[in-house]
Design a protein around this ligand. Sequence first.
Ligand code: AMP
Length: 264
Amino acid sequence: MLALIHCPSLPLLQYKSNPSLKVLVLNFLRPEIREQNMKVLNSIPLHALLVMQLFSGLALSQDFDFFYLVQQWPGSFCDTQKSCCYPTTGKPAADFGIHGLWPNYESGSYPSNCDPNNPFNPSETSDLKKSMQTNWPTLACPSNDGTEFWSHEWEKHGTCSESVLKQHDYFETALQLKAKVDLLGALKVAGVNPDGSSYSLKDIKDAIKAGTGYTPWIQCNTDPSGNSQLYQVYLCIDKTGSDLIECPVFPRGKCASEIEFPSF
Ligand code: AMP
């Protein structure tokens, strides 16, 4: 059974009709469960295989529904008990940075780590590296050039949308979307500045809606004194990665009604 669940894109009937394919698939399994799987496969009646084939096809066409584009205020990532480390390329710009482009389901849940056979490969995105360093900066410790953060984002989230965006296109799409959405500009126009003072959550949401045309979801974190602060902004993107959409569902969690916007 394991072989069937792990390889939903392989036509099940071929397992029955093609012995070498059956062996190939079973070869991915640990030896102790290989024998057991071979027996299970041989014992499944043809009509049951047909039904399973149908469901595996449905699962494949429903791999996700939309993306969250998640942008982060670096001042809030750093202004915590844990603090942060600037990347080896230097202090990032005082602007929102990309955290990730996350495939999500309309139910509110999300797929993760979908393809262990497709790890992050820096050579596929070498033409984007400069732009990623500027727009998708790592702030994790110890200081590094960003490769660890991008690997994590690709492997946890990006691999779950690879039916739509291959590795290069996944990163390029996130960069293009960020370029379309000037969060800091939208906030500044409304008089919301990263100056360490507090603003109403409603004013922040209204400013982003006015600037982008879409309703954001705001995630807060807390500074070392326990004050709620503007941490991340979620906007929704259609399944192709092309256009902003109104979010079909928002994540859970709540900010205070007044939140700080720390400097960076
Ligand atoms: P995710 O698993 O995609 O939800 O992202 C959460 C992880 O990303 C946590 O381990 C965070 O510490 C890490 N993270 C968030 N922002 C950054 C950043 N700017 N640089 C490095 N790691 C980050």
